[in-house]
Design a protein around this ligand. Structure first.
Ligand SMILES: [Zn+2]
Length: 399
């Protein structure tokens, strides 16, 4: 399997969308003009402030790096640097004059061994493999011209997915899930070997508690989460667990579609739910969910109390008021589907369909008319009926 295949779909989609943004184009053009004038001094700064690790000085570290370069199919000259810090940390610096730089903190080098170090090294090289430096997040967020709140949200959302892709590259190099999750645990806790006994299930359990404490459907994450560049470590471990359970690692694993959908819902813990997101895609998803849910609820003429309850879960008390112009909304449904097909990513369309399946499952009646509507919407959204089969087979509560 090629390491480019395992890149997160949402990373790729948001990346391609951001590259076309005027602010991103403007900043990239400015950086390009500067680079044409000569090296930006990155290497000089590294040589002045850290220690370059040669093959003679650090044969094991270089062997780990060679292993990752080979697994990821990377072909660029590379320099490794260590800097003094008690914090476990690493970074991949954008290439300068055709040379890539990896920085590792002294404490990380001292205590991360074997698959843990392969994971960290593979993660950093993953950022280069997936061209993540092409989105100049730092320049945009700390530049003289502040990005719009919408662009800022998109940049943070993308950078979290970029971490998910880099984690997969790291896992691909580490080849061993326990070492990978222990590495993330240690990065999050800052703890060395001998202090506590690492328990993977308990670490992942933290996400479940996070999910529970995140409250009712439609209630998104607190604002401070929206603006973090890295997913919470337990969220990263959960996303990696899903990756390890997928066809990327196991022949009988979950499909890529299901993997990306599940990762999206775990990542949703840190995002404004689309039910409240003040984004264009959030608006498109809401409008489709509203009209689609209404069409399903009214498929057999009357809306049951169970269906009304689900509707209100999504859209608030009294959402199905007397003044609701049902016929006008039904006439507008095809247009809402078209806008969704053209403007939403595959996993966003799947997320709306997943929530529409919840509406269908609201009451126990198995209604052919309701099913027909949801399969028609899925087809119009270019989503396979197999996805609907799987969703309807699941006995999930509202999340
Ligand atoms: Zn990273």
């Amino acid at each position: 399997m090629n390491a480019t295949d395992i890149r997160s779909n949402n990373d790729t989609n948001l990346f391609n969308m951001l590259l076309k943004q005027p602010d991103v184009i403007r900043v990239n053009e400015a950086i390009e003009r500067l680079e044409k004038k000569g090296p930006s001094g990155v290497r000089r700064h590294l040589l002045a402030t850290s220690v370059r690790l040669s093959r003679t000085m650090a044969p094991d570290v270089h062997r780990t790096c060679d292993h990752c370069i080979d697994k990821l199919g990377i072909d660029i000259p590379l320099e490794l640097y260590v800097y003094s810090s008690p914090q476990f940390n690493a970074a991949c610096i954008k290439p300068e004059e055709g040379r890539l730089f990896i920085m590792l903190s002294s404490s990380l080098l001292e205590s991360f061994k074997g698959s843990e170090l392969r994971f960290v090294m593979g993660h950093e090289l993953g950022h280069h493999l997936y061209h993540h430096h092409d989105i100049p997040v730092g320049h945009l967020l700390r530049g003289a011209v502040r990005p719009s709140p919408r662009l800022a949200l998109q940049l943070f959302a993308w950078s979290r997915y970029a971490e998910i892709s880099a984690d997969r590259a790291g896992a691909h190099c580490a080849d061993e899930f326990f070492g990978v999750s222990r590495s993330l645990f240690r990065l999050a806790s800052g703890l060395g070997d001998d202090v506590i006994h690492f328990d993977l299930d308990e670490f992942i359990g933290q996400v479940d508690d996070l999910t529970i404490s995140s409250g009712e459907p439609g209630q998104g994450a607190p604002q401070e989460d929206w603006f973090s560049t890295h997913p919470f470590s337990p969220v990263r471990v959960k996303a990696l667990k899903l990756y390890h359970d997928s066809v990327f690692v196991k022949p009988d694993g979950i499909s890529v579609d299901e993997l990306e959908l599940k990762v999206q819902s775990v990542m949703g813990l840190m995002e404004p739910s689309y039910l409240e997101a003040k984004t264009e895609s959030g608006e498109t998803m809401r409008r489709l969910l509203f009209a689609g849910a209404l069409a399903i609820a009214r498929a057999n003429e009357e809306i049951s109390s169970a269906e009304e309850a689900v509707f209100e879960e999504f859209f608030g008390k009294g959402a199905i008021g007397d003044n609701l112009n049902f016929d006008r909304i039904m006439r507008d449904l095809p247009e809402r589907i078209r806008l969704a097909r053209e403007n939403l990513s595959e996993s966003q369309r799947m997320q709306v369909l997943r929530d529409l399946c919840l509406m269908l499952k609201a009451d126990t009646r198995d209604d052919a008319a309701e099913r027909e509507i949801i399969y028609d919407i899925a087809e119009a959204l270019n989503i396979s009926p197999l996805f609907i089969d799987a969703q309807l087979a699941l006995s999930v509560e509202l999340d």
